[in-house]
Design a protein. Structure first.
Length: 390
């Protein structure tokens, strides 16, 4: 296990009836708040009304920025930055899923500088401070509610880039599983796939062969996410299922899973960001389509690691008396069965992406690979992985 520093400053309020705390938690950082949210669901399910009432009761003045879409856009962030500066906003609240929270983070970072916020994402500028951010999570998936990352899409260039910095940790995040009851089945499944992909990328890209604590932790999280997703799809108001899915997705990318693993990569997210940027694909759907092909590619390089993962995620179902390559094959088959069971795409053609588009997608990914310093992912290698997803 490598040396590591784990520091996560985000305060989590988890469970039923935690939403009314958003007012006092926000008041601790200021009395002029920008409330960032998505399309219609927040108002339709009553969450918006609860948030605004709590903020009003706490004496917090609200300015709103709604209509944040999935794969959030730079133009909307620029709009929010302008509003934040004009209204002298002191704290930003992101109420929704990862797209909304990432938008809130980007606004908070851009509101305290004079240069364009996109320079953070291209590595041309570093963050030296932000407005404080609080979040109300309604869609478990990205982990943005308890991590230092954010993702944004450039409208014209169709570049979807991610960026992380320690100043981007939310101050307080409210995680009430009941707020996710109305998440539709497809996005419940997409969120589960996103969380599992975070873990898989850490598990399979570490070069350290001796990380038993992290291995068991990650294997257990993957199994828990799959079981919780099944429960939520069967009964959307299963509190235990929603609670398990919400907390597992948060733990998947809050720094704990990767602690001690050394340098890790994000090959599936590297490719999926290009899919989302070019085709506006739902992030979890894109990851699901890439997952089987990427695992088959990985199997050729390290079947033993994949076999160990399979035995941990599907205990008692992976044959122990066959070569590691066969065990890895069995794991991929079982995972593919589950992906089909939750009704997500498992290949690029299911997303309407043709094999002829693969060179363009790979080339598009190379720009982000350079920024993320994943130089081993060359265009030929990325094309190799993508062709396996057809």
């Amino acid at each position: 296990m490598h040396n590591f520093v784990f520091h996560n400053p985000t305060k989590i309020l988890f469970g039923k009836q935690t939403l009314p705390s958003i007012g006092p938690e926000t008041k601790a950082f200021g009395t002029r708040a920008l409330l960032v949210y998505g399309q219609q669901s927040l108002k339709q399910n009553g969450t918006y009304q609860q948030i605004t009432q709590s903020l009003a009761d706490a004496g917090v003045a609200i300015t709103e920025l709604g209509n944040i879409q999935a794969n959030p856009l730079l133009s909307k962030v620029r709009e929010g930055i302008l509003v934040a500066k004009q209204e002298k906003i002191e704290v930003v609240i992101g109420a929704g899923g990862g797209s909304v929270i990432d938008t809130a983070k980007a606004i908070a970072a851009g509101a305290v500088v004079e240069h364009d916020v996109w320079k953070f994402f291209t590595g041309k500028k570093g963050i030296k401070g932000t407005l404080p951010v609080n979040t109300v999570l309604t869609l478990p998936a990205s982990g943005s509610e308890m991590n230092s990352g954010m993702v944004l899409t450039h409208d014209e260039k169709r570049q979807k880039f991610g960026f992380g910095h320690r100043f981007l940790f939310p101050k307080t995040s409210i995680l009430d599983p009941e707020l996710s009851y109305t998440v539709p089945p497809d996005y419940t499944a997409y969120g589960a796939v996103d969380a599992i992909s975070h873990i898989l990328e850490f598990y399979l890209t570490t070069k350290d062969p001796d990380t038993p604590v992290q291995d068991k932790f990650m294997e257990g999280l993957i199994a828990s996410i799959m079981a919780a997703c099944n429960r939520c799809l069967k009964d959307p108001t299963d509190y235990g299922g929603r609670a398990s899915l919400m907390w597992s997705a948060t733990l998947a990318l809050n720094g704990l899973t990767a602690a001690g693993l050394g340098r890790v990569g994000f090959p599936m997210h590297l490719l999926e960001h290009s899919l989302s940027g070019l085709y506006n694909t739902a992030h979890g759907a894109g990851l699901a389509a890439l997952l089987p092909g990427w695992l088959h590619y990985y199997q050729e390089n390290a079947p033993e690691r994949l076999a160990m993962l399979g035995k941990g995620v599907f205990p008692g179902t992976i044959p122990a008396d066959v070569p590691a390559t066969d065990m890895a094959d069995h794991f991929i088959d079982l995972l593919l069965q589950w992906l089909r069971q939750i009704n997500v795409p498992t290949s690029l053609p299911e997303l309407g992406v043709a094999a002829a588009d693969i060179p363009t997608i790979a080339e598009h990914s190379c720009g982000l690979a350079k920024i993320w310093r994943l130089r081993e992912y060359s265009q030929p290698l990325l094309e190799n992985i993508l062709f396996r997803c057809c």
